[in-house]
Ligand binder design. Structure first.
Ligand code: P5A
Length: 444
């Protein structure tokens, strides 16, 4: 891709309305554009990153046997009246009337709709467990949308729902998602810590928020530092080992604001290990038993003729919020360098030719390299503008492709100036560059 032809509207300076670095950077390099309060369009750079995040989230859901569906954004109020949440949900729900004067709504979450889908088809315990998920836009009429796509009104969420025959099986499903979330965030190069959390309008009595540490985060957290050392890599999804994994985390006091109890914190965590800080909630999982299945009459036949309301949980990941969360974690604001994880970078590599008006040879070299990279599945962007080298480098440092090739008049094919963004250059040939990048991409 040539920068001159790409839709990447870069601003010279940080926009003054943005208060946190993710919002600043996303506006600065044109990843998003606000269309109205808390509602954004996603421009090519931002959309590319979000799609890569979505792909990783999807792969990890598929790995635990969850099946993907797609539910609509618009729902009927009927099912919400059945569950009893239509009134409870309050002003955050965007309520709409259709031309027949029927009460509709833009879904803030999908517990009711998925229960309705489940009850229409699944009748026997033999079909359980069922793990269903979709990745779809949600709308919540937040009273104070802020920080760009971090707390907005329309956002992209992966939401999954589990249906099981009893509590034991339901907790097994819960633990599958618990592990799957740890793996998902690890692939995004984030350290997300599971913390006991409040269940709010979703309900139930067991819940964990997955939080990454960030000064600009909106969640206040109280934690035992040793939780950061828990080894999260487990591949087994066997019942007992998953239970052990969750227990390993739960050994350490780690809670959000609403669950905080000073006495308990001071009793369980010695002074040196106490950490009170802020974080960004990137995921949230809930177990709520028959909170929806009972009022909505979603039951299965058991052996011996009895019936049971299914036991349910729900599991959310803020896919669009993750774009901002990764920036908060990776952006070096002082030096204005964004280094995207290879797995989600908008481009794998940027080519920066030092062009001078009378000599286009470095641009020609850049084009050749670009084509060779493309043949090897490496997605590069060439800064073909006529700006000087330092302003080109500045732009590319903001766009954040993790690798860079710099091309001067002297550059010859076997000796390229190559660097990881923000590091020093080294001389290396194109073949080795391709190998290095592809190896890195394979790791993910
Ligand atoms: C779980 C899945 C739920 O809605 N029902 C279905 C449950 N949980 S949640 O915690 O309310 O939301 C899940 C994740 O969505 C992100 N999120 C947001 N992102 C951007 N702007 C918002 N206003 C917003 N609200 C929630 C968070 O990452 C949250 O963990």
């Amino acid at each position: 891709m040539l920068l001159s032809k790409s839709f990447v509207p870069i601003l010279k300076n940080n926009p003054s309305e943005a208060k946190i670095k993710s919002h600043q950077l996303m506006l600065r390099v044109g990843m998003i554009k606000q269309s109205s309060s808390g509602i954004y369009s996603w421009l090519p750079l931002g959309f590319k990153v979000m799609k890569k995040i979505e792909k990783i989230v999807r792969e990890e859901q598929d790995k635990i046997g969850a099946q993907e569906i797609l539910m609509p954004t618009i729902q009927s109020s009927e099912i919400w009246k059945e569950s009893g949440r239509y009134e409870d949900y309050g002003e955050e729900m965007l309520r709409i009337k259709d031309r027949q004067n029927r009460e509709m709504l833009y879904g803030p979450t999908n517990e009711e709709l998925v229960t309705d889908i489940f009850r229409a088809s699944i009748k026997s315990y033999k079909s359980l467990p069922q793990l269903l998920y979709h990745i779809q836009w949600k709308f919540r009429d937040e009273i104070r949308p802020r920080f760009g796509i971090m707390r907005c009104r329309e956002f992209f969420m992966k939401d999954a729902y589990s249906f099981d025959v009893d509590d034991e099986e339901a907790l097994y499903s819960y633990n599958k998602f618990f592990l799957s979330y740890l793996k998902t965030f690890k692939r995004l190069e984030l350290t997300a810590i599971p913390m006991a959390a409040d269940t709010g309008p979703i309900g139930g009595n067991l819940s964990h928020e997955f939080i990454i540490l960030a000064e600009t985060g909106e969640s206040k957290i109280f934690t035992d530092k040793r939780i950061f050392e828990v080894e999260s890599s487990g591949t087994l999804i066997e019942k007992k080992s998953l239970e052990n994994l969750r227990n390993k985390y739960q050994e350490f006091y780690s809670v959000t604001d609403e669950k905080f109890n000073k006495e308990e914190f001071e009793k369980k965590v010695n002074k040196d290990n106490r950490l009170i800080t802020k974080g960004i909630e990137v995921g949230h999982i809930f177990y709520f038993g028959d909170k929806y299945s009972k009022p909505m009459n979603a039951s299965v036949d058991l052996p011996g003729g009895k019936k049971n309301f299914v036991k349910m949980g729900s599991y959310g990941i803020g896919v669009s919020r993750l774009v901002g969360a990764i920036i908060e974690a990776k952006y070096d604001e002082k030096n204005e360098i964004m280094k995207w994880p290879v797995s989600v970078a908008p481009y794998d590599l940027s080519i920066i030719p030092m062009v001078n008006k009378n000599d286009t040879s470095s641009l020609e070299k850049a084009n050749k390299i670009y084509l060779e990279l493309k043949k090897n599945n490496i997605d590069a962007i060439i800064d073909d503008t006529e700006e000087n080298f330092s302003s080109k480098l500045k732009k590319m440092n903001l766009i954040g492709a993790p690798y860079q090739i710099i091309i001067g008049n002297q550059t010859d094919g076997d000796n390229l100036e190559f660097k990881e963004i923000g590091e020093n250059t080294s001389k290396i040939n194109l073949k080795s560059i391709i190998e290095k990048i592809n190896k890195q991409k394979e790791k993910n």
